[in-house]
Design a binder for this molecule. Structure first.
Ligand code: ZN
Length: 417
């Protein structure tokens, strides 16, 4: 039988799974996997459900990579790897999704209970339905379709379900990459379906470095009618905010793979200072969120911020204390020409009829932890982009279509990276 009729049968098989996919989504939505720092007990129940479902449907090669966490149910944060044998058993196609979710946020913004999935003609509404259950479920049904059609993937197909993505990945992707290090190979194809556009044409291959700074400006508090008796920390802080606008000109490299193309340096949060109008504030605290092209060392950025701060200290007689809240130097991007990007593009165009484009983003996914290890990773999904919002939903067609993309990808001949 020729490949196109095989793929046609595979697509039909996946379309036939529509109701079962909705059913699994509904079950998973009822098991909120919230991290302990978000007031939850972790992913244990959800992982048990996923493993049970896979096993029941014949995906029996399941390995556990539990990260100890005394705060979580069962004392662990579970990570699962479900493997389907390929023709080439030395290389793998990974599809990595995360089990944890973010809290629902203010309940009044939700039309329905966030943990009871509501299914309409075209969507499933509930916390976690898109981020990341849509593609978690899609990956399982891609594997089930291959099995039912008695098709052997070209590479070993490995579905990874990780914990702790929303709160730093130390007990999720990082733990898995350390514990299962030998399962990952430089020639593997790795897909992380945790970012995407509405038409499915964006493949993320690069992330910017992230730097969050806290800047605390100290002056001297006094009555607002006698400013000479004090030092106005808010005025000095405001001048510092303005002088930090020199950063974009100083670090002005552009790279058109990224959106936006340049590094960004945004003053964001400002802490409350005095509660009343007639006191000159003795302290003013603000934060800077920097998303920086990987060509720059974040220490250079911090150095430049320190220079601006020193100038303000001198000019206004304040002291500025700078502390780092988050600092993640971006790993080198995945090449646009990496075979995983090419193969994924082929599968996407076949299913969705779009011409995929590689791009870089300012946010972060678990891909960074793998790229740091020299692995090529393509971050892709077709999604409605409702992650972290109230009334989050997954379009059922995206869940079904993405399953077709994953299944197709596993049958494509795969040159080495
Ligand atoms: Zn996510």
């Amino acid at each position: 039988m020729d490949l196109s009729s095989v793929l046609h049968r595979l697509d039909k098989r996946i379309e036939g799974y529509r109701d079962e996919m909705i059913n699994l989504q509904t079950i998973l939505t009822s098991l909120p996997a919230l991290a302990p720092e978000n007031g939850g007990v972790g992913e244990a129940e959800k992982a048990k459900c996923i493993a049970g479902y896979c096993r029941k449907h014949g995906l029996t090669d399941i390995r556990n990579f539990d990260a100890p966490d005394p705060r979580a149910l069962g004392g662990v944060r579970p990570n699962l790897v479900v493997s389907v044998p390929g023709r080439n058993r030395l290389r793998s196609l990974w599809i990595i999704s995360h089990m944890d979710i973010v809290p629902p946020g203010e309940p009044e913004f939700w039309k329905y209970d966030p943990f009871t999935a509501v299914v309409t003609s075209d969507r499933i509404i509930g916390r976690g339905t898109e981020d990341n259950q849509q593609d978690l479920v899609a990956s399982i049904f891609a594997a089930l379709a291959l099995r039912s059609e008695k098709l052997t993937p070209v590479l070993e197909l490995r579905l990874a379900f990780v914990a702790d993505e929303e709160t730093g990945s130390a007990k999720g992707m990082v733990h898995l990459a350390n514990a299962a290090g030998r399962l990952f190979n430089r020639d593997d194809f790795i897909v992380v379906p945790d970012f995407g556009s509405e038409d499915g044409s964006s493949i993320e291959i690069a992330e910017k470095s992230t730097l969050w700074l806290r800047l605390a400006v100290h002056g001297k508090q006094c009555h607002a009618s006698t400013p000479a008796l004090g030092v106005n920390a808010m005025r000095a802080a405001s001048h510092l905010v303005v002088s930090l606008d020199k950063l974009p000109a100083r670090f002005d490299r552009q790279d058109n793979i990224y959106m936006p193309q340049e590094s960004t340096f945004e003053p964001t949060k400002r802490e409350a200072n005095v509660p009343n109008i007639n006191t000159i504030p003795g302290e003013d605290v603000f934060y800077l969120d920097c998303r920086v092209l990987p060509v720059y060392d974040l220490e250079e950025i911090i150095g430049s911020v320190r220079e601006q701060a020193a100038e303000i200290e001198h000019r206004f007689g304040v002291t500025v204390k700078i502390s780092t809240v988050q600092k993640m130097q971006a790993p080198p991007p995945t090449r646009e020409t990496a075979p995983v990007v090419g193969a994924l593009s082929k599968a996407i165009s076949a299913v969705y009829g779009v011409d995929p484009k590689p791009l870089g983003i300012g946010g972060g996914t678990v891909a960074a932890h793998l790229r740091q290890r020299g692995l090529n990773v393509a971050v892709w999904s077709r999604q409605a982009k409702t992650a972290h919002q109230p009334n989050e939903f997954c379009l059922i067609d995206n869940m079904v279509g993405n399953a077709k993309v994953f299944a197709r990808l596993s049958l494509l001949e795969s040159e080495k990276q």
